[in-house]
Write a protein that binds this ligand. Structure first.
Ligand SMILES: Cc1cc2nc3c(=O)[nH]c(=O)nc-3n(C[C@H](O)[C@H](O)[C@H](O)COP(=O)(O)O)c2cc1C
Ligand code: SF4
Length: 432
C-alpha cells in the first residue's frame, strides 16, 4: 500500500531536514521551479488533487483563479484543525514539516506569491515548535528566502498562531484573524482568490492538501491520480476515533471502503459490540447508519449516501451509544463556537442545543422533535458561513435516522441508555 505523507514517520527525528533530504525532499520543488507557474497548476489539475480541508474543492482549479496581475499574492496554509474528530494536520507538522514547506514552495510559486503564512491552532505547541525549527533549517540551507533553491524566486514563510476559536478555521475568518481582527467570516463574493488577505489575491489551503503537492511532482500526475479514484487523486489520512479497537491515523488510498477502514484497519468494534452509526467526515457531516457504511470514502461516493467526506475524521459509534446524548454533545460545541454575526446561527445553535438537552433529560414534549427539525432547517443556507449548516446537518440526519430514540426518551422521561448493560436494539433496526 502506498504511503506518501507517512512514509518515513517511523524514522527517528523524521521532522529534521537530514531525514527529509535522505528521502528525496525538495527534489519535487526543484522540478516544479523549472516549469512555468501555469504548467505547475496544469500538473496539479491533472493529478485531480482535491482540498483536504473539508469541501473537496479541486486544488489546481482554485490556484488558477489567481490572475497574473501586479498585486501581491499570498498563500495561507490552514493549520487550525478545529473540526472535532480530526487529528491529521497536527501530525504532518510534527512528523514531516518539511513536506509541508516543500508543498508551500510549489504552491506559492504556482500562484506567484512571495509571502506565505501557516496559521497554526494555538493549542498545537509541538507542531508550532517543529514548524519553526523546520523553517529555520530550510532558511539555513537556502531552500526558502531570497533565492529559493538557488533560483531567482524568493519566498518568505511566516507562522501565525491561532487563539483557540473553531471559527478561525473558516478561511475568511482566518484571514481576518491574520489581519489582527476578531475571527469573523466575511461575506462572499469577493472570494479570497480575488480579494483576500489585506485585500489581495489569496489562496487558502489545508495542511494535508499542500503536503501532498510534492508527491505529484515526484510521481507525476497520472501516477498520483492512480493512488486514489478516477476523480480524486492521491492518498487520504483517515482519523478514526470512537468505539473501535485500534483508533488512530491511517493513510489509505482515497476511496477506501468505510467498512474496511473500521473492521480491518481499525480492528472492528470494541468489546465486540455492534456498529450503530458513523460521522464519516467530522462532527459537521451528516450521520450514516450501519447499513450505509458499505461505501467508498471519496468525495463523490459520500455524497451518494447523503453525507460528506469532510476532513476524513471517522467517528464510530457502537450500539451502546445514545444518539440523543451524542447530538447534545455536538450541539453544545456549535452553540459555543458560533461567532454571533448572523441571527439564524447565533440564536439557532443554542436553541437546538437546548431542545436536545430537554429531550435527553426527559423534560421535553413530543412536539419538540419537530421543533428541533424546524429550527435546524431554518439555519441551513441562511448564514454567512457554513458553521450554521455544520450544526444543522448532523442534527437533521440524526433526528431523521434515529427518531425512535428521541421519541423513546420523551416517553420514558429521560435517557434509558445509562441504565442498560448493553444498548437496546430497537425493533426493526438491523445492525452490522
Ligand atoms: C467553521 C469552519 C471551520 C473550518 N475549519 C477548518 C480547519 O480547521 N482546517 C481547514 O483546513 N479547513 C477548515 N475549514 C474549511 C476552510 O474554510 C477552507 O475551505 C479550507 O481551508 C480550504 O482548503 P482546501 O481547499 O485545501 O480544502 C473550515 C470551514 C468552516 C466553515
Ligand atoms: S454562520 Fe455562525 S459562525 Fe458563521 S458567520 Fe454566521 S454566526 Fe458566524
Amino acid at each position: 500500500m502506498v504511503r506518501i505523507l507517512t512514509k518515513y514517520w517511523d524514522e527517528k527525528d523524521s521532522h529534521r531536514i537530514d531525514v527529509e533530504l535522505r528521502y528525496g525532499g525538495y527534489e519535487s520543488a526543484k522540478k516544479a521551479l523549472s516549469l512555468e507557474p501555469y504548467e505547475v497548476i496544469e500538473e496539479v489539475k491533472r493529478a485531480k488533487l482535491r482540498g483536504r480541508g473539508g469541501a473537496g474543492f479541486p486544488t489546481g482549479q482554485k490556484w488558477s483563479f489567481i490572475k497574473n496581475d501586479n498585486k501581491p499574492h499570498y498563500l495561507v496554509v490552514n493549520a487550525d484543525e478545529g473540526e472535532p474528530g480530526t487529528f491529521k494536520d497536527r501530525y504532518i507538522m510534527e512528523r514531516s514539516p518539511h513536506m509541508l514547506i516543500e508543498g508551500m514552495i510549489i504552491a506559492s510559486y504556482a500562484i506567484r506569491a512571495e509571502m506565505a503564512f501557516v496559521y497554526i491552532r494555538g493549542e498545537f505547541q509541538k507542531a508550532y515548535e517543529r514548524m519553526k525549527l523546520a523553517l529555520e533549517e530550510a532558511m539555513d540551507r537556502g531552500l526558502i528566502g531570497d533565492s529559493v533553491l538557488g533560483s531567482k524566486y524568493k519566498l518568505k514563510i511566516v507562522i501565525i498562531r491561532g487563539a483557540g476559536a473553531y471559527i478561525c478555521g473558516e478561511e475568511t475568518a482566518l484571514i481576518e484573524s491574520i489581519e489582527g481582527k476578531p475571527g469573523r467570516p466575511r461575506l462572499r463574493p469577493p472570494f479570497p482568490a480575488v480579494s483576500g488577505l489585506y485585500s489581495n489575491p489569496t489562496i487558502v489551503n489545508n495542511v494535508e492538501t499542500i503536503a501532498l503537492v510534492p508527491s505529484i511532482f515526484e510521481f507525476g500526475a497520472e501516477k498520483f491520480l492512480s493512488f486514489g479514484t478516477p476523480t480524486d487523486g492521491g492518498t487520504k489520512l483517515f482519523c478514526v476515533s470512537g468505539h473501535v479497537k485500534r483508533p488512530g491515523l491511517y493513510e489509505l488510498p482515497m476511496g477506501t471502503n468505510l467498512k474496511e477502514i473500521i473492521f480491518e484497519h481499525a480492528g472492528g468494534i470494541i468489546s465486540d459490540g455492534r456498529l450503530k452509526a458513523v460521522l464519516p467526515g467530522g462532527s459537521s457531516t451528516p450521520i450514516i447508519s450501519a447499513e450505509e457504511c458499505d461505501v467508498n470514502m471519496d468525495f463523490d461516493c459520500m455524497k451518494g449516501v447523503g453525507s460528506m467526506l469532510g476532513s476524513g475524521a471517522i467517528i464510530v459509534m457502537d450500539d451502546r451509544t445514545c444518539m440523543v446524548k451524542a447530538l447534545k454533545s455536538l450541539l453544545e460545541f456549535y452553540a459555543e463556537e458560533s461567532c454571533g454575526q448572523c441571527t439564524p446561527c447565533r440564536e439557532g445553535c443554542p436553541w437546538i442545543y437546548k431542545i436536545t438537552k430537554r429531550i435527553e433529560n426527559g423534560t421535553a414534549e413530543f412536539k419538540d422533535i419537530d421543533l428541533l427539525l424546524d429550527v435546524a432547517e431554518n439555519i441551513m443556507g441562511n448564514t454567512i458561513c457554513p458553521l450554521g449548516d455544520a450544526a444543522a446537518l448532523p442534527t437533521i440526519s440524526i433526528v431523521n435516522k434515529f427518531r425512535d430514540e428521541f421519541e423513546e426518551h420523551i416517553r420514558r422521561k429521560g435517557c434509558y441508555f445509562d441504565n442498560l448493560p448493553l444498548a437496546p436494539v430497537l425493533e426493526g433496526r438491523s445492525m452490522v
